[in-house]
Design a protein around this ligand. Structure first.
Ligand code: CA
Length: 219
């Protein structure tokens, strides 16, 4: 199983990333300071590291430099709240493979994680998700129902991908919000219902079931 180290001291973000990665089949470990991050990264046999820059103790830049000096080539995705160009460039020069500015949507992080892991792994990748006569092409980002091709907006695509990756499973509004819109979204928002309605309009009414008091499900 692919192992990912999450070095993040903000509990809310660490949990958000951890849940999302586990839900997508990754094995994870969380550390909350720079010294633990370096120790785990050096000895833990991780396939990828998600590294916050603003860590207590040793900061993320220092962890990154120490790793590269030790010739540890594990892919690193840097998380930064400091969205200045200078810090980002410094991070990349320090050997980061990619970076994300907070706040971010989980889906964006997941795409980068997959991309970084793929660089070193040539295993064939699933590019079309299917459920009955419904198919979603992950490259063209278009849905297909029978012979009919359907264009989706960016959010509709992410939402449908989420349903297709969890067929038969009830997804709560909270799960959908955090996956598609990110952790900073207002939990009282009805945006999930609005987008489910939009998907039904495009794909057919019975495609996504409402499970009363719980959420939605792809039957
Ligand atoms: Ca931090």
């Amino acid at each position: 199983m692919t192992r990912i180290l999450i070095a993040e001291d903000e509990q809310r973000i660490a949990t958000f990333v951890d849940k999302g990665l586990k839900g997508n089949g990754f094995s994870t470990a969380i550390v909350g300071d720079g010294d633990a991050a370096l120790e785990f990264a050096l000895t833990g046999g991780f396939d990828l590291i998600v590294l916050d820059i603003g860590l207590p103790g040793r900061d993320g830049f220092s962890v990154l430099r120490a790793l590269r000096e030790a010739h540890v080539g594990t892919p690193v995705i840097v998380l930064t709240a400091r969205d200045s160009v200078r810090d980002t460039v410094a991070g990349l020069e320090g050997g980061a493979d990619d970076w994300m500015t907070k706040p971010f949507r989980f889906e964006e992080l997941l795409a980068r994680v997959r991309l970084r892991l793929r660089t070193g792994d040539r295993s064939p990748e699933v590019t079309v998700l299917k459920a009955g006569d419904l198919a979603l092409d992950l490259r063209t980002r278009r849905a297909q129902v029978g012979a009919l091709t359907i264009d989706l907006t960016a959010r509709e695509f992410v939402l449908l991908e989420l349903f297709l990756r969890h067929p038969g499973q009830v997804l709560t509004r909270g799960q959908i919000l955090s996956h598609v819109w990110g952790y900073d979204f207002d939990p009282g928002s009805n945006v999930v219902d609005v987008y489910v309605r939009a998907l039904r309009k495009k794909l057919g009414d019975r495609r996504i079931e409402t499970v009363r008091g719980m959420g939605y499900r792809l039957p």
